[in-house]
Ligand binder design. Structure first.
Ligand code: ZN
Length: 80
């Protein structure tokens, strides 16, 4: 597994599309296969998944305020 990604910006863009559900199932599977060998992107994907997951759990109705999602997303964007 690589410790760095030479195309991180592209990977992250795609990851966000996947997490937003804007990518077809086939494309998603293909990309996930690709990032399994790409450690930083794989980590980032799992981090995003965990955040998404905790948001869902934190709000039983599954209605997460859009503001909260935007806040978290902008924090992630700052961190990258
Ligand atoms: Zn990558």
């Amino acid at each position: 597994m690589k410790e760095s990604c030479e195309h991180a910006a592209e990977c992250l863009k795609k990851l966000r599309l996947i997490l937003d559900g804007e990518v077809s199932e086939d494309e998603q599977q293909e990309f996930l296969k690709k990032i399994e060998s790409c450690l930083p992107c794989f980590r980032f994907y799992n981090l995003e998944l965990a955040i998404k997951d905790s948001l869902v759990k934190a709000v039983p109705s599954k209605k997460v305020p859009q503001q909260l999602i935007d806040d978290i997303k902008s924090k992630i964007n700052e961190a990258v």
